[in-house]
Write a protein that binds this ligand. Sequence first.
Ligand code: DQA
Length: 147
Amino acid sequence: AKLLVLHGPNLNLLGSREPEIYGHATLADIDADLKARALAEGHDLESFQSNAEHAMVDRVQAARDDDTDFILINPAGFTHTSVALRDALAAVAIPFIEVHLSNPHAREPFRRTSYFSDLAVGVVCGFGPLSYSLALAGAIRRLQSDR
Ligand code: DQA
């Protein structure tokens, strides 16, 4: 199957950005690990990061035409603001898992609201880079059992 990993704004700074919250792994580390794990199970995985809301919306729309079967998305700051990115995911109707490195529920109150969680197959948060690996495991299980 074909998996797409989407990273929102400021995640390009992982490794140096507030490491006490987000850890020391870089985005390249995380993407390489996910790609290797997916390949080992016979799946294709592509990653995309942008700081721009329109670029994220465009990439989600493109996923409808490139046969993406499943999306892992860390909307980052857009989690709490972006009706447009939510609408794009609803429009393409590709199943997705919402991922966060930190646990937004244990932070500032404004992080408790997500425009994505109610549409998501599931949400994984609070485990640092492992959140992505756990989400990938869930996605692969879902793709295999088709439920
Ligand atoms: C984040 C949590 C968001 O609240 C924050 O804006 C981010 C990263 C996370 O992965 O923990 O940029 O999505």
